[in-house]
Design a protein around this ligand. Structure first.
Ligand code: ADP
Length: 562
C-alpha cells in the first residue's frame, strides 16, 4: 500500500494488486485442488448405497433437512472452496440430466482425484494423467454398452419398472414403503408418458405434500390437487361431471380507475346503490349459470355478499387459487382461463368427472381433488408423513424414482447395480491397460499405431499414454463397490476381491456387493438395476471434472488480509 497525492494535493492510496492476492503454482496448486475435491467427496461417501448414512443439515434460518440425496446435501452445505463448488456443480448436472446417481458421481470423482494424486507424486505429468483417464472412461463407457441388458416392459406389465424404481428407493430414508412408492411413481410416469415417442413430460406430474397421516397414505391422484376448500361451508362437497369456470376476475362490482365521490343523503339513494351492487353480483352469477358452469374457480376473493349469493344460487366456488395451480387446472380440464365475465362461453369451461373436497384429521384442513379430467395427462402424487422433513425427503426420493422410470422409457437398457457394473468395467479397463505402453517405454515406437480399445479404435499416435493412469482409473472404479461394502459393514477389500474373482471365474457381470445380506450377490436375482445412460453419464461427468481440476496449475485468490 502506498500513499500518493494528485495535482491538487489530495491524498489517495495505491493498492498493489499482487500484494492483495495469494498464489499457488504447479504441483502445489494441483495438490491443494485435489485435497479440496476429495474432502467434499469423502462427506458423501458414507451416504452411498442402500445402507448409506443420512446427513442432517441446518440452514442459517434454522430449517433442518435430513437427507441421503447427494445433490441436496451438497446444495445445502454452503461450500466455499472453488473446487468444492465444482463438485457441487457435478452432482447438480447429474441431477439435471439423469436425476439419479448424484452421490455415486461425486464418490467416483473423489476416487479418481485420489488416484491422480498418487500418480502426480510419482512424477507423472498431469496432462498424461488426464489423457489416460479420458481413454479409460471411453473404454468403460463402451464396455457398459456391451454388458447392458434390454429391459422389457409394456403398459400392461409395469413390474420390471417398479423393480428398478425400488432399487433407487432402497437407499433412501423412505425404503420402508419402497414398494408402494415405486408403484405410485411408475403409474404416474405411465399416465403422462407418450410410449410411441418414448417421451415423458415430468412437468405434468405435480408432487404435493401435507403434514399428517402416514407415509403409507401417500396416494396417486389422476388429476389435480388444490390446497383450497369451497368458499362457503354449506356448498356441496362433491360435484359429479363438473363444468368449471376458471376466472381471473374478481366477483365484485368494477372499481372506477379515477377517484369519484358519491354523495348519499337519503335512504332512497342508499337503497338504489345497494340494489345496483346486488344486481352486479346477480349478473355475474347468472352469467356463470347461463354458460352452464357447475363450479367456479377464482384467482381472487369475493366478499360475503357474493359468497352468500353463490351459495344461495347453488353455484359452488373456490377462491384464492394461485396462478400456477390455475394453469394446471386449465391444462388438466381442457378449459380456458377467463379474464372477464363477458368472455365466458360454454367452450371455455373445463371438464372434470369428479370434484370433491376432503377433510384431514381433526383439523380444519381441507383439500380439493379434481379428478377424471378431460385431459388425463396430468397427475398428482400426494405425500403424507409425520413431519415436514419427512415429506421433503419423500419428495426428493420420489423425484429420483420418477427420473429413473422416465430414463427407462426413453432408453430401456440397464446395467446391474450394487457395484457389479463398476467391477466389470474395472476388469475391462485393467485388461485394456496391458495393451498400452508403460511409462518406462519409449513412446516413439508407438507412433502412428492404432490401439484397439473396446469396440472403437482410438488413434493414440499423437500422444503417449502411460498405462499407469489407465490402471489408476480401474482402481478408482473399484472405489464404488468398496464404498458400498464399507457402508454395509462388510470388509471392503476382502469383499471386493471375492466378487471380482467370482466375476472373472464365472464370467458373470451381474455379481455385485450383497449389501442387504440376502445370501446371493447376483444382482440379476436381487433385481438391482441402474439405467445404462445414468451409469455412463456418471463415469463421463466424473472424468470431465477430474480432468478439469488436473489442468489447473495456477490458483490466484484474493488474500484474506489484502
Ligand atoms: P445415488 O444418489 O448415487 O443414486 P444411492 O445412495 O442412491 O446413490 O446409492 C445407489 C447405489 O446403491 C447404486 O450403485 C445401486 O446399485 C446401489 N444399490 C441400491 N440398492 C442396492 C441393493 N439392494 N444391493 C446392492 N446395491 C444396491
Amino acid at each position: 500500500m502506498a500513499l500518493a497525492f494528485d495535482e491538487y494535493g489530495r491524498p489517495f492510496v495505491i493498492l498493489r494488486e499482487q500484494e492483495s492476492k495469494s498464489r499457488l503454482r504447479g504441483i502445489d496448486a494441483q495438490k491443494a485442488n485435489i485435497a479440496a475435491g476429495v474432502a467434499v467427496s469423502r462427506i458423501l461417501r458414507t451416504s452411498f448405497g442402500p445402507k448409506g448414512m443420512d446427513k442432517m443439515l441446518q440452514s442459517p434460518d434454522g430449517d433442518i433437512t435430513i437427507t441421503n440425496d447427494g445433490a441436496t446435501i451438497l446444495e445445502q452445505m454452503d461450500v466455499d472452496n472453488q473446487i468444492g463448488k465444482l463438485m457441487v456443480e457435478l452432482s447438480r448436472s447429474q441431477d439435471y440430466e439423469i436425476g439419479d446417481g448424484t452421490t455415486g458421481v461425486v464418490v467416483m470423482a473423489g476416487a479418481l482425484l485420489e488416484q491422480a494424486e498418487t500418480l502426480l507424486e510419482r512424477g507423472i505429468h498431469p496432462i498424461r494423467v488426464a489423457e489416460g483417464f479420458e481413454i479409460s472412461s471411453r473404454i468403460a463407457v463402451n464396455h457398459l454398452e456391451s454388458i447392458a441388458d434390454e429391459f422389457d416392459f409394456s403398459a400392461a406389465n409395469i413390474e420390471p419398472l417398479v423393480q428398478t424404481c425400488m432399487t433407487t428407493l432402497s437407499s433412501k430414508i423412505v425404503n420402508r414403503c419402497k414398494r408402494s412408492l415405486a408403484e405410485i411413481a411408475v403409474k404416474a410416469v405411465m399416465a403422462v408418458a407418450d410410449l410411441e415417442r418414448r417421451d415423458v413430460n415430468l412437468d405434468h406430474i405435480k408432487v404435493e405434500g401435507k403434514v399428517g397421516g402416514k407415509l403409507e397414505d401417500t396416494e396417486l391422484i389422476y388429476g389435480i390437487l388444490v390446497d383450497k376448500d369451497m368458499s362457503h361451508p354449506q356448498m356441496p362437497k362433491q360435484i359429479q361431471d363438473a363444468n368449471i369456470a376458471i376466472l381471473t376476475c374478481p366477483f365484485e362490482p368494477p372499481k372506477p380507475k379515477t377517484k369519484h365521490k358519491v354523495d348519499i343523503d337519503t335512504i332512497e339513494k342508499f337503497q338504489t346503490l345497494r340494489k345496483q351492487e346486488q344486481q352486479y353480483f346477480d349478473d355475474m352469477v347468472q352469467k356463470c349459470k347461463d354458460v352452464g358452469a357447475t363450479l367456479v374457480i377464482c384467482q381472487w376473493g369475493f366478499d360475503d355478499e357474493a359468497n352468500h349469493l353463490l351459495m344461495h344460487r347453488n353455484l359452488p366456488a373456490v377462491r384464492w387459487v394461485g396462478g400456477v395451480e390455475l394453469e394446471l387446472i386449465a391444462i388438466a380440464t381442457g378449459g380456458r382461463i377467463v379474464p372477464r365475465f363477458q368472455e365466458l362461453t360454454p367452450e371455455k369451461l373445463g371438464k372434470a368427472g369428479l370434484v370433491r373436497e376432503k377433510a384431514f384429521g381433526t383439523t380444519k384442513d381441507r383439500m380439493l381433488y379434481i379428478e377424471h379430467c378431460a385431459n388425463s395427462k396430468a397427475v398428482t402424487i400426494f405425500i403424507r408423513g409425520g413431519n415436514k422433513m419427512m415429506i421433503e425427503e419423500t419428495k426428493r426420493s420420489i423425484h429420483d424414482a420418477l427420473c429413473v422410470a422416465r430414463n427407462l422409457i426413453r432408453n430401456n437398457s440397464i446395467v446391474y447395480g450394487g457395484g457389479a457394473a463398476e467391477i466389470s468395467c474395472s476388469i475391462a479397463v485393467e485388461a485394456a491397460a496391458d495393451k498400452y505402453p508403460g511409462v518406462e517405454q519409449v513412446p516413439s515406437i508407438y507412433l502412428k499405431e492404432r490401439v484397439e480399445c473396446g469396440s472403437h479404435l482410438l488413434n493414440v499416435s499423437h500422444f503417449f499414454v502411460g498405462q499407469y493412469a489407465i490402471r489408476a482409473f480401474a482402481d478408482a472404479l473399484d472405489a464404488l463397490p468398496m464404498a458400498l461394502a464399507e457402508n454395509s459393514g462388510l470388509s471392503p477389500i476382502e469383499t471386493l476381491s471375492a466378487v471380482k474373482a467370482q466375476q472373472i471365474k464365472e464370467n458373470n457381470h451381474c455379481c455385485g456387493i450383497d449389501c442387504n445380506d440376502t445370501g446371493t450377490n447376483d444382482m440379476r436375482e436381487q433385481n438391482v438395476f441402474d439405467t445404462l445412460i445414468g451409469k455412463q453419464q456418471q463415469i463421463l461427468l466424473a472424468t470431465q471434472v477430474v480432468k478439469m481440476i488436473l489442468k489447473i496449475d495456477d490458483v490466484i485468490t484474493p488474500s484474506e488480509y489484502g
